[in-house]
Every structure is written in C-alpha cells, then in structure tokens.
Ligand binder design. Sequence first.
Ligand SMILES: Cc1cc2nc3c(=O)[nH]c(=O)nc-3n(C[C@H](O)[C@H](O)[C@H](O)COP(=O)(O)O)c2cc1C
Length: 348
Amino acid sequence: MDRTFCIAPMMGRTDTHFRNLCRFASKHAVLFTEMVHSNALLKNKRIDKYIQKTDIENPVVFQLGGCEPMDLAEATKIINENKYDEINLNVGCPSPRVKSGGFGAFLMYEPTKVKDCLSAMTSSSDIPITAKIRLGVDNQDIEETLDNFIEIILQSGIKTLYVHARKGMLEGLNPKENRNIPPLNYERVYRLKEDFPELRLVIIGAPRSGGHTERLIKRLQINKNIVFKSNLTKNEIAIEYAKSSVAIVSSLYEGFGFPVGEAMSCAIPLIATNVASIPEITQSFAELIPAENADAIELAVRNIFKKPEKNQLRADAGRMHIIENFNWQKIAKLYEDLIYKTIDEFKC
Ligand SMILES: Cc1cc2nc3c(=O)[nH]c(=O)nc-3n(C[C@H](O)[C@H](O)[C@H](O)COP(=O)(O)O)c2cc1C
C-alpha cells in the first residue's frame, strides 16, 4: 500500500460518507476510519454502524482504540472479515475520556502493554497492523523515551508507525488544544527515520544461489547494504573484523566457539547467541541473545549503536579476557596441572 498521501483518522468526520467523498478527489489516498473502541465491535449489537464501508473507499485503514490484548485480537478478526486494508491502533488520542479508559495517548506510558496489544492483533490478522503514536506525553523527555518506546513496540513485528509529531498533553490541555500545542517537532521524527540508513552488513560466507537468503535480500531491496565474502584467510577475517563496528555471531550451535573468540580478540562489540560453548567464552563481554530471534539481534544492534563508547570499553575488556585466558601458555599450564593431578590420583 502506498502511504505517501493519507487522510488522517478524525472522530466525527472520517465516516463512510466522508470517505466516499474523498475517493472522488483522489483514487490513491489512503483513508482512515474514525477511532472505534474494541468494545464497540464486541459488545454492541449495532456493529454495522462502526464497520460500514463501501468497496470504492479502499484502501481504508480501520483505526481501533483499546488496551486489552484479547479484546483487540477479537475485534481484529471482525475487521479482517470486512475488507479493510490495514488495522491501526490509536496510541495518540489525548481526550480525558480516553485517558480515563487507559488507552489512546495514555499508552505512551506503557510500551510493553502496547507491544502485547499489537502482538495479539498481529497474530489474529491477515492484513497489516500498524500504530499511530505521539512523540511522548506530559513531562516525558522524548529524547530518552521515544526510541525506547518504539524499540519495544516494534518487537510485536509491526513494520509501520504513523507519528503525530508533537507530544500529547494529558494534563491541562483539551483535545482541540492538543492538536496545536506544543509545536510540531518534525526534526525528532526525522531523526527516527534516519536511523542507520548507511549500515552495511558483511556476511562471511556465500548464499545458496536462488535460496531463501538471496530471495529475502531481493524482496527487502537491501542488496546494496549486504556483502558476502567467502573463502577468506584468517588474516582477511581479522581485517574484516577490525573494520567493523559490531560483530554478530548468530549460531544455533557452537562447539568450540572460535567465531566469538576471533571477534573478541579484534576488540569489536559483539552480539552472540546464548548457546552451547558461547557464554563460557564470552563471559560478560558480549551481548548475549536467544538463538533464532531476529528481533533480539535488531534490538542489540540498536543498543550498541546508541552507546558506542560504553560498548567499545566492553569490547576492549573482552579482548584482554581472550588474551589472558585463551593463550597457549595458560592452556598448557592447565593441561599440565591436570596431568599431574591424574598421576597423583593414580599414586594414591
Ligand atoms: C476533528 C478531529 C478528530 C480527530 N480524531 C482522531 C481520531 O479518531 N484518531 C486519531 O488518531 N487522530 C484523530 N485526530 C488527529 C488527526 O488524525 C491528526 O493526527 C491531527 O489532527 C494532526 O494533524 P494536523 O496537524 O494536520 O491537524 C483528529 C483530529 C481532528 C481535527
């Protein structure tokens, strides 16, 4: 769906009649419904009133309000049966009634709850789930809270957010004032979008021709950001590590743990899966994540890019840990001790 031009959701305005009118003006604009609370679909006998739509209106996004994951999932199923193109969770409405119901912009205080709501909706839907958020609410410091909020809610698997580029003031301003005060802050939104567009991923290995990886890279249009390098010598691998900002060892199983040891000895921040021999080798000098979890990799990469100095210090300490503990002298000494201990046990 091309979202270049959308008509925003507006309570008391964007009903089926208004949307029909809009469709005369533009064939392509994405239209929204008014916000409808999940209870209105689940408990009201006259749900036609809320779900009503004609086919010429599409593409149409249904905007849901609510904060109970199970209810939102049930409402999502109903919307799926009614030929909408997307379902959007309202995390931006600042009205006192919405606030007292604990949904809308109030949810900016509760990223984990929003993630749970979006996850429940995603697993009940064949059409995309999105959210419309504010930059923050009340006294939140948006430099701190917004990235964290987004990182958590993206764990639900949603790919698109709409941002009303100002804070919501739940104390002291009415909904109308909340549409103009405080001033719009597009710079903050732009900084979000700017997140790492130049990132390049070097994969040591080669993809299978026509296989899943190749197809995925093509579908995501990220071929410019990914480079495969295979048949490298040890020296060339060390050079690749040394040039990198972060190393990711996403193994499902690792017997000896050479890749983590190699990365750590080059003093680069390391993300590695918490499996087999890896935690024993990395100790606390790497970011350990569960295996087969792309979201965990993304979150760990973001965290490392956000705090480069702190992570570089840990990587430097990691290199010392490898030098001190994984060298021939130390291993030979441990081995020698073991042999003498075994001989002594035999003597007794
Ligand atoms: C009358 C009116 C009703 C609105 N109702 C909703 C709503 O139901 N859901 C929502 O997410 N935003 C709602 N909004 C906010 C708009 O979608 C939009 O985010 C906001 O007006 C900021 O855009 P603007 O700067 O172009 O006004 C409403 C706005 C107006 C003016």
